[in-house]
Ligand binder design. Sequence first.
Ligand code: NAD
Length: 325
Amino acid sequence: MRALVTGAGGFIGYHLVNRLKENGYWVRGVDLKYPEFAETGADHFIIGDLRTPDVCLDLMEGNIDVVFQLAADMGGAGFVFTGDNDAAIMHNSAMINLNMLEACRLKGIKKIFYSSSACIYPEHNQLDPANPICAEESAYPANPDSEYGWEKLFSERLYQAFHRNYGIDIRIARFHNIFGPMGTWQGGREKAPAALCRKVAMADDGGTIEVWGDGQQTRSFLYIDECIDGIMKLMNSSFTKPINIGSEEMVTINQLAQMIIKISGKNISIKHIPGPQGVRGRCSDNQLLKKELNWAPQQPLLEGLKTTYNWIEKQIHALPNKLTK
Ligand code: NAD
């Protein structure tokens, strides 16, 4: 099997390439950049901009059997929820998906995976932190709280339309907060688990870390290895509608911070400051996943956090001049 992974220089793409290689695939990767923290495992890696239609067309050469489309202009709350990057997020990611699907159609690619997001779910179903509603069918009537979510929803529909009208086989995963080693941990695009690991690792024993908002907002977080398991299981299924890939272990951001503080072994207190937060509550609903894939992630959050914390701590020690708190 020959696979194309777009966004292969990013966090999930890097890990997916490695899994595909383990499973015997020949892999072509493409991204604006090489993976930041380790060499790519891809057989062929192209630096290219998917906003350019010709780049997408060229990528499909050489009997590609399957495409995994992970490229997007994205980041954590500090990038997505401030409003400052809305135009770029919508324009860049929509261009990527429009070009990729048209290139697949023109080059006769038979199957494509698309990475959507839990950010597509309506804001009004996620106001109560204790009882967020994120079942797949609750996506409509649509009301995502960010332009990032709206673009993902538009693109989900685009993939479904290409499936309906041109017969391209599709799989669509709605990822819920994926974390783990080799993910962005500083610079403004990092997400909550990595940002909190960095803050805790950099704090002195007896010190303080800052948390955006009151910390009562809830989320679930899925460790990267289980995310890749989910992608592979979805690809091996025949399910073509959007489906959650996430954990059902819901925690508040305060609880997440306390878990990381405990891992560090330090005595650290939390100071709440104003900052972008997103919806009040969100957690994967895995009923459909269990029904369709006969599978759901099992690993406790704490386990993945330990691995991630240790990795970020090592990064901090290795790059002392690049630190930002
Ligand atoms: P990431 O930012 O690490 O990876 C995305 C990659 O896309 C980056 O390496 C980036 O350089 C590349 N890219 C952006 N614009 C490009 C362009 N014009 N041409 C070529 N490459 C381009 O993000 P990730 O965490 O690996 O996420 C992968 C996918 O999963 C994204 O589509 C993201 O929206 C989706 N997703 C991720 C999460 C999560 O928690 N990480 C949650 C929901 C959805």
